[in-house]
Design a protein around this ligand. Structure first.
Ligand code: MN
Length: 149
């Protein structure tokens, strides 16, 4: 538990910026679910329903992580990821693909277009949060392992 680790390190809370996650999702219910869960766990979120807008938001905000729905109304999530990974400024940002359909070949396609990980809906919250933490640590900015001796 993170709270305990912080106490073990002393009284000062860790001085780290809140981690920011860009959520690209055109389904309102899925967007609300992802945003609510991440905010409940202390992450800040930036949201958009469109692939083209996600490119601009990623460049302007440099989020710590991007969650990319693969079926979007304008450009496909695959294309958005390819463009994110094509640009030096946004290339280092990890991208987790999220897809509504367990389409055969989607995972492979997601990974070859540059996604760092793939998550199929319906999303299991525990798996989802574990994946987020794996890439960027807890919301406070410290990976749990950073506190280990
Ligand atoms: Mn969609």
């Amino acid at each position: 538990m993170r709270e305990n680790l912080y106490h073990m390190q002393g009284d000062e809370p860790p001085r780290v910026a809140t981690k920011r996650i860009l959520i690209v999702e055109d389904n309102e219910l899925n967007m609300k679910l992802l945003r609510d869960v991440l905010e409940a766990y202390g992450y800040a979120t930036i949201t958009t329903a469109e692939g083209a807008a996600s490119l601009v938001l990623a460049r302007e905000n440099r989020p710590d992580l991007i969650l990319m729905d693969l079926q979007l109304p304008d450009i496909s999530g695959f294309d958005a990821v390819r463009q994110l990974k094509d640009h030096e400024e946004t290339r280092p940002i990890p991208v987790v693909a999220v897809t509504a359909f367990a389409m055969v070949g989607d995972e492979r396609k997601a990974l070859t277009s540059g996604c760092d990980a793939y998550l199929a809906k319906p999303i299991l919250l525990r798996d989802f949060l574990e994946l987020v933490e794996k890439f960027i640590g807890g919301a406070g900015g410290q990976r749990e392992t950073a506190a280990a001796p």
